[in-house]
Design a protein around this ligand. Structure first.
Ligand code: SAH
Length: 249
């Protein structure tokens, strides 16, 4: 059985309380977590197609109840999931044990975990989490520190513009009621250029990107080219540090 370690930091207590209160329904595919269940096969196949998960050391940051973490372990990856909310972590552990899937879960922020895991992971995933933290830049930088040269970091979050406000908040939370009210705060949405600026300055290089599309009639999600609302980025840390052109000649 895995141990849950405790390390504190960059977090919004109200967000963690909300995820704690919902945690018991994490694996109910018709609950508030339906979107994560529906998105998961698509993001998993995309991650696997780029990073070839089997045998890789993987860290899932903000793993919640373990939907992505567990599915990556089933692909043969050695997965650690970290989160700062206790109840989702307990649910994640309980579910993995019940399914006989081996995932290591720990209570930690990305920043604190980075202290002991510099250059440690082949693959890092941080999905639907950055829009819930006060300082997403600190999380992105921590992920960049923890990935090995040549390794992959995958982010997904929500763009910030009038359309994303209408679809992700008004549509999802008020009209279709797919997510509980208060799930997302518009001010915490992140433009791809903002995420990229922090990632690039932490020496991550963009390799692939997709928008996340939702069809309210079929209730299906898919990856597509429009990044105006939900989106996913695949970044890689170069094998060798980039040498400025002036020093290269
Ligand atoms: N990544 C998962 C869960 C997304 S829900 C998935 O896509 O399936 C967002 C998760 O982020 C919640 O479990 C919440 O507890 C966690 N979280 C929020 N702030 C965090 C922080 N500062 N550090 C670690 N986890 C955090």
């Amino acid at each position: 059985m895995s141990t849950i370690h405790t390390i504190a930091s960059n977090a919004d207590p109200a967000e963690l309380a909300r995820f704690n209160s919902l945690a018991s329904r994490w694996w109910d595919e018709n609950s508030e977590f339906k979107p994560l269940h529906r998105i998961n096969p698509h993001r998993l196949e995309w991650i696997d197609s780029l990073a070839l998960l089997a045998g890789k050391q993987v860290l899932d940051v903000g793993c919640g109840g373990g939907i992505l973490a567990e599915s990556m372990a089933r692909k043969g990856a050695k997965v650690t999931g970290i989160d700062l909310a206790d109840k989702p972590l307990q649910i994640a552990q309980w579910h993995a044990q019940g399914q006989d899937v081996d995932v290591n879960y720990a209570k930690s922020s990305a920043e604190a975990w980075a202290g002991q895991h510099v250059g440690h992971y082949d693959v890092i995933t941080c999905m639907e989490m950055l829009e819930h933290v006060p300082s997403p830049a600190a999380v992105i930088q921590a992920c960049a520190e923890m990935v090995k040269p040549g390794g992959w970091v995958f982010f997904s979050t929500i763009n910030r513009n009038p359309l994303s406000y209408v679809l992700a908040i008004v549509g999802m939370e008020y009209l279709m009621r797919i997510l509980p009210r208060g799930t997302h705060q518009y001010a915490r949405f992140i433009k791809p250029a903002e995420l990229l600026a922090v990632a690039n300055s932490s020496s991550l290089v963009l390799q692939d990107q997709h928008g996340l599309g939702y069809n309210p009639l079929t209730q299906h999600f898919r990856l597509h080219g429009f990044m105006g609302v939900g989106y996913l980025l695949a970044m890689q840390k170069p094998l060798q540090a980039q040498v400025p052109a002036s020093q290269n000649s």
